[in-house]
Design a protein around this ligand. Structure first.
Ligand code: HEC
Length: 737
């Protein structure tokens, strides 16, 4: 946070009396707006702790915790599906700032839930796109809210919600300018908020996962002017560190290696920390032979200049889409009586990486171990991968036949049959032509919700998910016999490339965030579906640009006009004989890529399920973990979330996958929502006992936050929509008087 003279303790002491009497007067009239900055940044603070220092709400008085207010942005477009905002609200001096699912920005009175102002970055458009929160900056009376909407960065006056006209181009800056390729041809859309260091907003972005993606440059903008100040190339150019870990021209065509999960900052050291995702294309890397720095890395940069300080690569030459999904937690570890500043990085693969904050050296031993080779032509997986020896993985990392679920004898048999056809040698089994099992999976391990860190105890809390997937590579034919494709098949190919990432290969989606498109014809007309695909809305991007002429093909597929099923569970992964879309892609990229061979993972992101749609492995499917960072040992692990209809008599709760992460409070509690049972839960932080549950009106779709308003502690969370509040809502809880 930018400190100003008025924040200074001496200044405050000197004027305390005057301030107090002013406040008294003020309370009688309007209430005193004391400085309240305990949750003024995404995930609580610059260290990304998701920790609240307040203990008014605690293990002894949860019985008195009540819903204090609900805010309904009421901004859903007609007929839209229910919104689910991932925004973790921040609170500055009694005002909450957050984004709705439609991606409008709101300033809300944090004690009453009353709206102060709202801002629509899309001029009444359908909006949408993921927004995990906004960033606050101030210098004296100049107070700003910075956020991204689509591929634009905006600066608003925090008091009025009006654009700051001196910032960029009348209040906005295009995030496409300053990337590698022509800004007119690309669109990069950050999903998590940037972080402030002095007058800089440092921010990553989200890029495509396909061939031809932009590299995920990290950038810093001057908060006053919107001017781009520095850029760190996550796919290094000649002469930069890491360049040698790629083919020599890769910087011209390789992409990904982006930080989409947010950043952390050590203000005293002037260091910014971030974590990147895999290089693109996610599942095949013949055109990017090498370790691929700075993909899948924790990176420390000089916050002022963007200069490289250190990195730690968690996966070399990623072939599994094991992005690092959340900002590093800045932590302090006790070793031999000494306090050592460190960082803890969560991952989808189930490892926690604990690194020295200044040097990036692991705080616990990490072994480089040989991993399986690939049998896909052209692919050269890296021969070894890092295995942290401590803490032990927080997700199961290997399953056997005994782990397959048995909801019925027939479904078990079917799973067993599929399992035996797959290539599977545990972690880091590369994708293959016949199909490889990938576990814990791309929605496995810890997701964008990241971890909560209790600085008083050195314990880290995180949710882990377990969700196996199957990776099946198919060669894309570049000779172009696309005309032989039926409309249905062309529709299917289009779907695989552009839609399956969210709606999943089997079209079951990932409710509530990504809706199921199974039986679409029962609830939507073809015209409406095409409109939706063209314009997007909610978190659905607009696909107008790729549709041209393929409308019929896509609807043939989406409306099952060939009666074919896409589900992997039936082993139905058909050949891609030709793929007109990828041909186009290949043609565009041919001049850039140094290899013509292209493979596509035709079952990418599809959750492996049994024939009835149930999880393919036995529970637990999600676990809440408490890890002592001083010892590297677990304090406790409990299932989190429940699917009652799948819970067997006498067994514990099943756990339920979901991305939102926990919050820990000084009142002895760990708070978490995000599972399909719509519950917000509070666990004892010392023993993992479930102490309080509240059924929300929709799935709790963000990390919770906690703050004080006029001396009273509140807990608030973004909640997905239902039929009464389709736009979603924010619920705030406080103790009854
Ligand atoms: C980034 C994730 C994402 C991608 C990629 C995506 N969608 Fe969506 N889609 C969504 C979300 C989220 C919704 C719900 C939007 C809402 O509630 O307004 C949605 C809604 C829809 C709907 C309306 C469903 C209903 O029942 O209301 C259709 C149809 C659809 N998508 C088709 C597609 C097709 C076809 C593609 C590929 C060309 C695609 N989507 C790609 C996220 C995505």
């Amino acid at each position: 946070m930018h400190r100003t003279g008025a924040d200074h303790p001496l200044y405050l002491a000197k004027y305390k009396k005057a301030v107090l009497s002013f406040c008294l007067l003020f309370i009688l009239n309007f209430g005193c707006r004391q400085k309240e900055r305990s949750w003024s940044i995404y995930k609580a603070d610059a260290s990304s702790t998701s920790y609240s220092p307040y203990s008014d709400i605690n293990t002894n008085n949860l019985g008195k915790l009540r819903l204090a207010w609900t805010f309904n942005p009421d901004d859903a477009t007609e007929g839209a599906r229910f919104g689910a905002s991932e925004s973790n609200p921040i609170v500055i001096d009694g005002i909450m700032y957050t984004a709705s699912a439609r991606h409008r920005i709101y300033a809300i009175d944090a004690g009453t839930g009353r709206q102060r102002w709202s801002f629509d970055p899309f001029h009444d458009g359908r909006g949408g796109g993921v927004c995990r929160g906004v960033t606050y900056w101030e210098d004296g009376a100049d107070k700003r809210i910075l956020f991204t909407g689509g591929d634009q960065l905006f600066a608003l006056n925090a008091e009025t919600g009006k654009l700051i006209l001196q910032f960029g181009d009348s209040g906005r800056v295009s995030m496409n300018i300053g990337m590698r390729d022509d800004p007119k041809l690309i669109s990069v859309k950050p999903t998590s908020p940037g972080i402030i260091f002095r007058d800089l907003l440092i921010i990553g972005n989200e890029v495509s996962e396909l061939y031809g993606a932009q590299p995920g440059y990290i950038r810093a903008y001057n908060v006053r002017t919107g001017k781009l100040v520095w850029t760190f190339h996550t796919v290094p150019k000649p002469g930069e560190p890491g360049y040698e870990t790629w083919p020599k021209d890769a910087w011209k065509y390789a992409g990904g290696a982006n930080d989409w999960g947010g950043l952390s900052l050590d203000e005293k050291r002037g260091m910014v920390f971030l974590a990147t995702g895999s290089p693109s294309y996610d599942f095949y890397g013949a055109d990017r032979a090498g370790q691929n720095l700075f993909g899948n890395c924790v990176i420390a940069l000089d916050a002022l200049t963007g200069k490289y300080i250190w990195h730690f690569q968690t996966i070399h030459h990623d072939l599994w889409d094991y992005d690092l999904p959340a900002p590093p937690n800045l932590v302090t570890i006790l070793r031999d009586g000494k306090k050592i500043d460190a960082i803890a990085q969560t991952s989808k693969i189930g490892f926690l990486y604990v690194l020295n904050r200044e040097t990036g050296e692991p705080m616990f031993p990490v072994e480089e171990r040989p991993v399986p080779a690939s049998d896909v032509p052209g692919e050269q997986p890296w021969p070894t991968q890092p295995f942290p020896q401590r803490p032990k993985p927080y997700s199961r990392q290997r399953i056997t036949e005994d782990d397959l679920s048995d909801f019925s004898p027939a479904s078990h048999d079917s799973l067993l049959k599929t399992f035996r056809t797959l290539r599977y040698e545990g972690l880091f089994t590369p994708p293959s032509l016949k199909g490889s099992l990938n576990f814990p999976g791309t929605i496995g391990g810890s997701e964008w919700g990241g971890a909560a860190y209790d600085p008083a105890t050195g314990i880290l809390y995180l949710k882990s998910n377990e969700s196996p997937e199957i990776n099946v590579l198919k060669k894309l034919d570049t000779t172009g016999i696309a005309t032989h494709l039926s409309g249905f098949d062309l529709g299917r190919q289009t779907y695989r490339i552009y839609c399956a990432g969210c709606h999943k290969m089997d079209r079951y989606g990932d409710e509530p965030l990504y809706p199921s498109l199974v039986d679409l014809k029962k609830r939507m007309s073809e015209t409406d579906a095409i409109q939706k695909i063209r314009d997007g809305g909610g978190k659905m991007p607009a696909f107008g640009g790729i549709l041209n002429g393929k409308e019929k093909a896509l609807t043939d597929f989406l409306f099952d006009r060939q009666g074919q099923s896409l589900s992997i569970r039936k082993g139905d992964v058909s050949e891609i004989e030709a793929n007109s879309l990828s041909n186009t892609l290949s043609a565009q990229e041919k001049s850039k890529a140094d290899t013509a061979a292209r493979y596509l993972n035709v079952s990418a992101y599809g959750i492996w399920r049994d024939p009835d749609g149930n999880p393919a492995i036995r529970p637990p499917w999600a676990v809440l973990n408490a890890i002592n960072l001083n010892t590297g040992e677990y304090e406790w692990q409990v299932p989190v979330g429940n699917i009652p209809e799948l819970r067997k008599p006498g067994e514990p709760e099943t756990g339920s996958t979901g991305s939102p992460g926990p919050m820990v409070t000084a009142g002895g509690l760990v708070w978490i929502a995000g599972s399909r049972d719509r519950s917000l839960r509070a666990f004892s932080k010392t023993n993992g006992k479930l102490l309080w549950t509240f059924i929300l009106p929709g799935i709790g779709s963000s990390i919770p936050c906690s703050y004080k308003y006029r001396g009273k502690q509140y807990i608030a969370i973004s909640v997905a929509g239902n039929k009464d509040t389709p736009a979603g809502s924010i619920l705030a809880f406080a103790l009854s008087d």
